[in-house]
Design a protein around this ligand. Structure first.
Ligand code: ADP
Ligand code: MG
Length: 306
């Protein structure tokens, strides 16, 4: 694994300020007369460089939290400041730029484009960022080397194992050098050894100074983080990092073991219908964009996301 970018120190930032700052944030989904408060009055600060696991049973609001944190969706109430900027006041273009530049996303289903070789999947965020083609290829191949896939750059996803596909997805998440890595059940479809590989990559990203937020219902995955936040019914019911201001850097080194086992919710994680997601995180095939656009086929998002 190359030592270059992964080990490069992040830009100096004020570590006394939370990079993620949620103040009384709620997200209400309405379909007809039915209302679901998927995130319910959450106040939460995550500091630059923290490695946080968000855990909890199925339906507790973890994915909704990830959508909010990654600016894929906007809170219905409360304030979300990302690196000091109020996300609620941003235009759709500004949100897209934040997603593209600040955040690297990893999903349970990998969300790779099956028709493209690995390196072309990895370069997609750079296409959206407007980087010249030659640089993109170079960066994509370097990112694939970093995740141990130097020998697979021309393989299509179907020619790779699940673990390799997820490593391609991690390469795609880090190719744009984002400060925040957001992963939703990244090991949910992986065997033990691939899980270890992917968690090892997250450890490296964290060591290199990235803020890493991993959503998982697996207690052994959560135990890799420095801080575990447990959700239930849209609320935070446990936070080993305690209140904002109460987790100075020195206390951030301990590994936390969850005493309880967390119910598995892999079956309830939306397995398909993520078509709308991909263009929003700069992951759609630019050539296919005009044809498909943000998909309206997700039954959970009948009118598409806002
Ligand atoms: P988790 O990821 O913890 O399983 P989610 O964030 O996916 O939880 O869902 C939290 C709650 O919000 C659930 O009750 C779920 O059914 C509901 N929900 C999630 N997304 C939508 C949506 N787009 N429309 C309506 N309800 C939703
Ligand atoms: Mg989920």
């Amino acid at each position: 694994m190359g030592a270059t970018d992964l080990e490069r120190a992040p830009e100096p930032t004020d570590r006394t300020m939370p990079v993620i700052d949620l103040e009384r944030v709620s997200k209400v989904y309405r379909s007809g007369s039915l209302q679901v408060k998927a995130v319910d009055d959450v106040t939460l600060g995550i500091r630059d460089g923290e490695y946080v696991a968000i855990t909890g049973p199925s339906g507790s609001g973890k994915s909704t939290m990830m959508h909010i944190l990654g600016c894929l969706d906007v809170a219905t109430d409360g304030t979300y400041r990302l690196a000091g900027q109020d996300v609620g006041t941003m235009s759709e273009d500004e949100l897209a730029a934040v997603r593209n530049q600040r955040v690297g996303f990893v999903f349970q289903q990998f969300n790779l484009l099956p028709s493209l070789p690995a390196w072309r999947n990895v370069e997609l965020p750079l296409v959206y960022a407007g980087m010249p083609r030659a640089h993109r290829r170079e960066r994509a191949i370097a990112a694939l080397e970093r995740v141990g896939l130097a020998g697979r750059v021309d393989h299509r996803p179907g020619e790779l194992s699940g673990g390799q596909q997820q490593r391609v997805a991690v390469a795609r998440a880090l190719v744009g050098d984002p400060s925040l890595i957001l992963a939703d059940e990244p090991t949910g479809n992986l065997d033990t050894s691939s899980t270890a590989d992917v968690l090892g990559l997250f450890d490296e990203l964290h060591t290199a100074g990235r803020t890493v937020v991993v959503i998982t219902h697996e207690s052994d995955v959560a135990a890799r983080a420095q801080r575990v936040i447990r959700m239930r019914d849209g609320r935070i019911v446990e936070d080993t990092g305690a209140a904002p201001g109460a987790y100075p850097a020195e206390s951030a080194g301990e590994t936390v073991r969850l005493a309880h086992s967390v119910p598995a919710d892999a079956a309830a994680t939306p397995a398909s219908g993520l078509g709308w997601f991909l263009p929003r995180v700069g992951l759609a095939d630019p050539a296919a964009d005009a044809a498909s656009g943000p998909a309206a086929d997700d039954p959970r998002h009948p009118e598409g996301p806002r």
